[in-house]
Unconditional design. Structure first.
Length: 241
């Protein structure tokens, strides 16, 4: 985990505080802020919150590099103590996540929860957008050789894609790209972490790789009770129990 954090982009910040704050003070504060957040907390947001207390006249507050060091130390403690969770950097921020070693047990916990899946058609459309973005609907349909109206509608509703502009072609169709929510759902730091196209065939050969399960979009309990969409294009979308 320490290696994973070291590989992420870290701002070039002086790690020596103008106003020194001991690690034993910073660690529980940073831990609490990340723990209490439902979404990834950016490094700049953590610094802003800390500086409300620790920035003084003529001081730059707590350097971002120092905050990264504190998170790294927290993760080393979690690893040494064999805890079931860790702090990961995904979607441009930090978030507590269950350790992959306990994934099987967490799956058992949620297996009886209702969840709504995105069907194969929408998954294909999402993959095309993720790899070809920015891309217009006519271009998607040219690749799939089928209408993408309903798939794009569903992906927009799930906030997995968004409009990023207009193409400079006839009619100026809308261009679509992936969202921060997309990164969060699939545990990616950035879109550059998507596997290379040449790697996908190797991934799919892995007997333990459950592609559809990883692509499943978990819905809130309140959404799970909603009736399934009935568009002909989406007849295979279903509710699981």
């Amino acid at each position: 985990m320490a290696d994973e954090l070291k590989n992420q982009p870290i701002p070039q910040a002086d790690t020596t505080d103008d106003l020194f704050v001991p690690d034993d003070t910073l660690m529980p504060i940073v831990e609490a802020l990340i723990f209490a957040s439902e979404a990834p907390v950016s490094l700049s947001s953590l610094k802003l919150l800390l500086d409300e207390e620790y920035a003084v006249l003529g001081s730059g507050g707590v350097p971002e590099g120092r905050i990264v060091e504190v998170i790294d130390r927290l993760n080393r403690q979690y690893e040494d103590q064999k805890r079931a969770f860790l702090i990961r950097y995904i979607a441009d921020g930090y978030l507590f996540m269950t350790h992959e070693n306990q994934a099987g047990w967490v799956a058992k916990l949620y297996r009886n929860k209702q969840s709504k899946r995105i069907n194969q058609t929408a998954l294909e459309t999402l993959a095309i957008i993720a790899y070809k973005q920015p891309i217009s609907k006519p271009e998607i349909e040219n690749i799939r050789r089928a209408s993408a109206d309903y798939s794009v509608k569903i992906l927009l509703e799930r906030n997995l894609i968004t409009v990023v502009g207009r193409a400079e072609t006839v009619g100026k169709p809308l261009l679509y790209g992936s969202t921060r929510e997309f990164l969060l759902h699939f545990g990616l730091k950035s879109i550059t972490e998507l596997p290379k196209l040449r790697e996908i065939s190797e991934i799919m050969k892995d007997d333990e790789f459950e592609f559809e399960q990883q692509m499943r979009i978990k819905m809130e309990d309140s959404d799970a009770g909603n009736p399934a969409d009935t568009s002909p294009e989406q007849n295979d979308e279903q509710l699981e129990s």
